[in-house]
Design a protein around this ligand. Structure first.
Ligand SMILES: O=c1ccn([C@@H]2O[C@H](COP(=O)(O)O)[C@@H](O)[C@H]2O)c(=O)[nH]1
Length: 243
């Protein structure tokens, strides 16, 4: 069974819906947080800061600890370069990888195509729609005169047309995406904030419970866990709140 067929519509009844964002500047801190977490209860995300600082070795280290890794590098380049980056990610054995939907259909289709030639289990490939840190005003400053919801839906449809498995979006848009693009189309939602916690630089936020009720498949949670006084407890509380 491919990774893709394990995702989407099945995920809401499965475990491991929490993806902890390990936004650190060195492998040591990321692996130390990994030791506090349980790979049978959550997945982890390696993003631009950690990967740039620590490279593929940190991905391998987390995999050795038993974690499935979402490599969140949001590739956005010409089709050939983007596809080769996705292939390199697949060869690292990551569980999920992403590209920016605004790279367009040709870029996304090339990224999907390259995975057919990868030996072993291909990663779930998703497209980033509108960053959860962005508001309608931010879109307007880019010359986009549509609402965030309209832009997310437009890009999500393009992601699906390009053959990818799903999208990164806010949980606020997850319900509409599921209604229009089908329940098997995966929704991965950052901007998760337990009630009372600081929004930081996030704009389109929901609580974990709201995200699940809106149909989100995977909830990306960083600072509410990694900067909590007791990260292990914070992670367990979020898992309990959606179980
Ligand atoms: O639209 C997006 C896409 C990616 N992210 C990433 O998710 C985490 C969120 O971390 P928090 O500390 O919970 O805010 C972070 O790694 C982002 O790069 C996102 O927030 N929004």
């Amino acid at each position: 069974m491919s990774n893709s067929s394990l995702a989407g519509g099945n995920a809401s009844s499965a475990t491991k819906q929490i993806i902890v964002a390990l936004d650190y500047d060195c492998a040591q801190d990321a692996l130390a947080m990994g030791k506090l977490l349980d790979p049978s209860q959550c997945r982890v995300k390696v993003g631009k800061e950690l990967f740039t600082a620590a490279g593929p070795a940190v991905v391998e280290g987390l995999q050795t600890m038993g974690f499935e890794v979402f490599l969140d590098l949001k590739f956005h380049d010409i089709p050939n370069t983007c596809a080769k980056a996705v292939k390199a990610a697949a060869e690292l054995g990551v569980w999920m990888v992403n590209v920016h939907a605004s790279g367009g259909e040709k870029m996304m289709a090339a990224a999907k195509d390259v995975l057919t030639g990868v030996s072993g289990r291909a990663p779930i490939l998703i497209g980033v729609t509108v960053l959860t840190s962005m508001s309608g005003d931010d879109l307007a400053s880019l010359g986009l005169t549509v609402s965030t919801e309209q832009q997310v839906m437009k890009l999500a449809a393009l992601v699906q047309k390009s053959g990818l498995d799903g999208v990164v979006c806010s949980a606020q848009e997850a319900q509409q995406i599921k209604q229009q693009l089908g329940r098997d189309f995966v929704t991965v939602t950052p901007g998760i904030r337990p009630a009372g916690s600081d929004a930081n630089d996030q704009v389109r936020i929901t609580t974990p419970e709201q995200a699940i009720s809106m149909g989100s498949d995977y909830l990306v949670v960083g600072r509410p866990i990694t900067q909590a006084p007791e990260p292990k407890l914070a992670c367990q509380q979020i898992i309990s709140s959606i179980s």
